[in-house]
Each structure stands twice: as structure tokens, then as C-alpha cells.
Design a protein around this ligand. Structure first.
Ligand code: ZN
Length: 264
């Protein structure tokens, strides 16, 4: 499939078409950059350079899926997304002459995260920055309730030495440390210790930026933001566009020290 044609399906799947044009253009450049980098270092699923699983590579929707999804707004939405891709055709983000790892997520919860805190390696352009205006996202705040029994069982299965008891969670479970962004770094789980990201994965939380309350019969997680929090926040990008920023300003905010250049 031609790259620009693929990117229309990615931008349409990854960002609401109702977003500002400059946010859609920022998403198009981020998705193009991500794709070009993946084609150098293939994802490999089914022998492909890149796959359509958002948990692995990037989300993608075909034109027929978009027609079904958008209904009467299909022509208008598709035109808007196509323009965002075509008006940035060939453009990608570079750092010191190399394509960047253009990670992005739905909302950062007010502040993006250092790559080092999520993926254990420092990336000079993936550093924590402010990300205001994301509260309009329906997923910005979320609550997940887990029974004490299920919580103890799941944790004991994942960390065999934890020794959690459903009746003693208020004494056994505690958030030990947080990163400056607010995301949880370490959590005490009885005799074990987990990272915020590990708990996020285990209980399918929207974000590692959570509080944890232990009630009479439940463990209640309250999350802020949606996604890993590294790189560009899509809702933050839209908020910047509403304030008058263009796509290059949006990308330069979320990816520190980059340049936008033509890749082909
Ligand atoms: Zn993949």
C-alpha cells in the first residue's frame, strides 16, 4: 500500500476528524515519521513492515470501515484527513539528522513523561513537557474498581512473593513514589514491589497516573490521562491548535529540539 494512502487510514483511526486541521497535520507528520522508522526496523508481524494493531504499531482503518463509522459525514471527514496528510506530504521529524521515534498518546494528564521513565532508555527529544487543555477528553478521568479479593489474587499471581491478603490490603499496599509528572513510579504490594506501569497493565488502567484507594470491599483506581504519556498528546495537540499553533509548533513542543524536513 502507498505510504500516504496508509497514513490517511492511520490519522483517521488515531485522531477524531473533528479535531483542528493543524492537530491533524501534526498527527500526520508523527504517524509518517513513526512509519518510516518502523520500515527501517520492521515490526515483523505476518512478515509486514508495520501492522494495524494500535498496541504494537499504529491504529488503521480502511476506507470501507471509515464509511461505516462516519456515515453521512464520510466525505467531509475523509476530505479533512486527506488534506492533513497531503499538505504535509513527505514531511517527517528528525533529531540530529535521524528520524525520531515519534511516540504519541491520547492525553498526558497535564504533563507528558520522560521516555526513560516508561521505556527505560533516555531519548533527548522525548522529555516531559506541559500538556494543558486535555480535560475535554472523555477518557481524561477514569475510575476502575476491583474487589479486594480479585486485587489480592491478581497481584499474588503476578508477584508470587507478595503475600497479599484481601483483609489486610490497607496495611500491605501503598504508593511509594511518583515521577514529577504525577505518574506512579513504585508501589509496595506486600512483600513485593511493582512499578506503576506494571499495575496499569495488570488492571488495564488508562494511565500510570493514578491514585489508589482501599475501601471496605474494593480497591479504587482513579486515573488521569490516557496512554503511556510519552511524546505528543493528541488532545494537547488539539488544544494548542485551538490556541492558534500550527502543526510545526505543536510537534516542536512535544518533541524537543527536532526539525521538520522532507523525507522524500
Ligand atoms: Zn506492529
Amino acid at each position: 500500500m502507498a505510504l500516504e494512502e496508509y497514513l490517511v487510514g492511520v490519522v483517521a483511526a488515531e485522531m477524531p476528524a473533528s479535531f483542528e486541521t493543524e492537530a491533524l497535520k501534526a498527527q500526520a507528520v508523527a504517524a509518517r515519521t513513526y512509519t518510516l522508522r518502523r520500515t527501517e526496523d520492521a515490526c515483523g508481524r505476518g512478515g509486514a513492515q508495520i501492522c494495524t494493531d494500535s498496541a504494537c504499531c499504529q491504529a488503521y482503518r480502511s476506507l470501507s470501515a471509515l464509511r461505516e463509522n462516519w456515515g453521512g459525514a464520510y466525505e467531509e471527514n475523509l476530505g479533512k484527513v486527506q488534506r492533513a496528510v497531503w499538505e504535509t506530504a513527505g514531511q517527517a521529524a528528525f533529531y540530529e539528522g535521524e528520524l525520531i521515534e515519534a511516540l504519541y498518546h491520547s492525553s498526558a494528564g497535564g504533563q507528558t513523561e520522560d521516555a526513560a521513565h516508561v521505556f527505560a532508555n533516555d531519548v533527548p527529544y522525548l522529555v516531559s513537557v506541559d500538556s494543558p487543555g486535555e480535560e475535554v477528553s472523555a477518557a481524561f478521568h477514569d475510575t476502575v474498581r476491583v474487589s479486594r479479593k480479585r486485587f489480592a489474587k491478581a497481584v499474588n499471581q503476578a508477584w508470587s512473593g507478595a503475600g497479599l491478603k484481601a483483609s489486610s490490603l490497607h496495611k500491605q499496599v501503598k504508593v511509594r513514589s511518583r515521577f514529577a509528572s504525577g505518574r506512579v513510579d513504585k508501589v509496595k504490594l506486600g512483600k513485593a514491589e511493582a512499578t506503576g506501569r506494571e499495575l496499569r497493565k495488570l488492571f488495564e488502567l488508562n494511565s500510570a497516573n493514578f491514585t489508589l484507594e482501599i475501601t471496605a470491599d474494593e480497591v479504587v483506581f482513579r486515573t488521569t490521562g490516557y496512554g503511556h504519556g510519552v511524546g505528543m498528546s493528541q488532545y494537547g495537540a488539539n488544544a494548542m491548535a485551538k490556541e492558534g499553533a500550527d502543526y510545526k509548533e505543536i510537534l516542536a513542543h512535544y518533541y524537543a529540539g527536532i526539525t521538520i524536513d522532507t523525507a522524500y
